[in-house]
Design a protein around this ligand. Structure first.
Ligand SMILES: Nc1nc2c(c(=O)[nH]1)N=C([C@H](O)[C@H](O)COP(=O)(O)OP(=O)(O)OP(=O)(O)O)CN2
Length: 104
């Protein structure tokens, strides 16, 4: 049976230390897929969550003191921040055009 969903996409800028590399920044790109809901409400919550990461050194955020700020853990942070407010199907975070990690 067909299932409706919709997708939001947004950039955020942040730096991180992970994978044995020195601190470096990225224009991260996040794609969120959501179950049908009021689009304005989902946009508001998605923007609010990504603002928690924008212009931050990710390793300084409490969540990333326990988990390295890899793409899949950044996606997990976004997912966990949203899941009690809106119905999230999938979060994918791109670090470069060729590489992303996600959760669903
Ligand atoms: N479990 C994870 N492992 C790795 C992650 C990650 O997010 N989770 N990330 C990386 C790299 O930072 C990521 O692969 C980007 O690598 P980079 O060489 O900077 O960029 P590209 O892959 O786009 O470059 P190519 O030239 O296409 O290889 C590693 N491990």
């Amino acid at each position: 049976m067909a299932e409706y969903s919709f997708v939001l996409k947004k950039y955020f800028v942040a730096s991180h230390i992970h994978n044995g590399e020195d601190i470096h920044g990225h224009n991260f790109y996040c794609i969120g897929e959501f179950e049908l809901d009021k689009v304005e409400k989902v946009k508001k919550e998605f923007d609010k969550t990504l603002k928690l990461l924008d212009y931050r050194i990710l390793n300084e955020i409490d969540f990333f003191k326990e988990k390295t700020p890899s793409t899949e853990n950044i996606a997990l942070f976004i997912y966990q921040n949203l899941k009690d407010k809106i119905k999230v199907k999938k979060i994918e975070v791109f670090e470069t055009v060729n590489f992303s990690g996600g959760v669903k």
